[in-house]
Design a protein around this ligand. Structure first.
Ligand SMILES: Cc1cc2nc3c(=O)[nH]c(=O)nc-3n(C[C@H](O)[C@H](O)[C@H](O)COP(=O)(O)O)c2cc1C
Length: 159
């Protein structure tokens, strides 16, 4: 049964969804050394000097404990060819890194090959915001492939 709040949430989600975005995978390494991550389109650039970005994970996101304890995370801006990864990293329950080619960077963060851009970050600030958190990351290093076509997401569809 739907509660009255659900249609409102649906309508708000649909309204937010008219804003076209790129798609990222936010990744971190747990204290046990295992990589974790999730698909996120709440990414935004924040500041050039100092270099800052933000991303908004849900409060209950399974990757949060790893980010909170290590205070490190990496953001991968996905290429169009990486749509299957976007789908995989938004699916609950699955081991998202299983069978995936990845390596740890010099900060110990997972590095997924083939992204348009990648930012390795130190967690600078955590802001509580309703059912999500705003994570401000200070960019430790970044790389980009300016030839790669970015994956886009609008109105619930990839393109
Ligand atoms: C295109 C797309 C963008 C998403 N953006 C976000 C986001 O910005 N923040 C977030 O918390 N979840 C976002 N999600 C949902 C998460 O990827 C997914 O629900 C989450 O990883 C599952 O929760 P878990 O990691 O706790 O299993 C997005 C999903 C998709 C398909």
């Amino acid at each position: 049964m739907q509660s009255p709040a659900q249609p409102r949430a649906r309508a708000l989600r649909d309204a937010f969804g008219t804003f076209g975005t790129g798609v990222t995978i936010v990744a971190a390494t747990g204290e046990d050394g295992r990589p974790v991550g999730f698909t996120a389109n709440s990414f935004a650039s924040v500041s050039l000097e100092p270099p800052l970005l933000l991303v908004c994970p849900a409060r209950g996101a399974s990757s949060l404990p790893a980010i909170a304890t290590t205070r490190r995370f990496a953001v991968h801006v996905l290429a169009r060819a990486q749509r299957p990864l976007a789908e995989r990293f938004s699916r609950r329950g699955a081991d998202r890194f299983e069978g995936l080619v990845w390596a740890a960077d010099r900060h110990g963060l997972p590095r997924i090959e083939g992204a348009c851009a990648r930012f390795a970050c130190a967690l600078e600030q955590t802001i509580e915001a309703g059912d999500h958190l705003v994570l401000i990351g200070r960019i430790l290093e970044h790389e980009s492939d300016l030839e790669a076509e970015p994956l886009l997401f609008v109105r619930g569809r990839y393109s």
